[in-house]
Design a protein around this ligand. Sequence first.
Ligand code: NAD
Ligand code: UFG
Length: 341
Amino acid sequence: MKKDKVLLTGGTGFIGSHTAVELIQAGYEVEILDNLYNSKITALDNIEKITGVRPKFYEVDIRDGDALAKVFAEGNFDTVIHFAGLKAVAESVEKPLTYYEVNIGGTINLLECMQEFGVHKIIFSSSATVYGEPDSPLCVENLPVGRNLANPYGRTKYFIEEILRDVAISDPEFKVTILRYFNPIGAHASGLLGEDPNDKPNNLMPIVMKVAAGEIPELSIFGNDYDTPDGTCIRDYIHVVDLAKGHVAAVEKIGDVEQVQVYNLGTGRGLSVMEIVKAFSKASGMALPHKIVGRRAGDLAALCADPSHAEEMLGWKTELTIDDAMRDTLNYLEKQGVKIK
Ligand code: NAD
Ligand code: UFG
């Protein structure tokens, strides 16, 4: 059977570029749309180097409805994976309207185009952040969402989930898969793709990478007085290649499952910030400089996926370990010409 033609919005970004590789390698036709706000056009060269296929690329902003419509008029897509958006939590507090405009306004434009051009399947990049402050640190998909969300970024993810449900109610043909990612880390084993934000990094691993490169003197660990075994926060770190494969499984199944599906994509195992520091130090042979500072506002002590629904429904589970993620991150840094200090 012919495989779907898939449009990846935000497909030159960290998760999108890895997903493009896995989809192409699984036999899908992939096209990419991105405005390159937080990614580089060289991602296309690297996808081509890995797969031998250069996806067609549209440099388009999802806020530009007319430009989006032109892409859909040309594309004849079966499925859209919607990665494009802004994701810096602190910035979303400073610029809420920009986050609502890009993430929510952009998604509405995309959904309007999908309706106009008869594209009925969408997979959306949501986040564990929609669980807010869950009663249990182990999240299952049917926990309440949208309560006590700490920032506008998290609210955009929650609102978009609700918008997608409303569109599904309005159109029985419309199929929605919501993927709630936990903490993606790592890089492609080739060292050609990885996390390379255009501006200041906010997340733990990109900061660890800058410390290793000597661009930041030390990692500030936000608090060691949490109710966790070593006092530092626990998260569910998922290798980006495992995460990308989760998207392939979601594309394969979206036509056959109930209209709206929600899956956690995580490993089910939590690691503390201190364990991440140790894993990086072990893989790199350098003692990563770090210091303990005060807690960061809005951080939860522990958050971890229960990924059993994805395993049951998608036949997907993570395969790579934290050591794989560290090895691949170091390989990526080396290929970028970064010398570990
Ligand atoms: P990323 O920034 O690397 O990728 C997002 C891409 O969207 C970038 O290439 C960027 O240039 C593009 N983009 C931004 N604004 C755009 C616009 N107006 N029009 C067109 N393209 C635009 O981020 P990522 O880590 O790959 O994340 C992908 C998605 O997954 C995002 O929606 C993010 O919110 C979500 N997510 C990420 C994480 C994480 O920790 N990385 C966790 C949960 C959810
Ligand atoms: N951390 C530090 N020092 C740093 C950066 C992070 O100690 O310099 C700690 C944080 O306190 C946290 C852990 O490392 O305990 C992970 O922090 P990240 O910022 O990398 O990730 P978060 O878990 O805070 O947030 C991530 C994504 C969000 C998403 C959220 C869902 O970045 O997009 O998961 O839980 F919404």
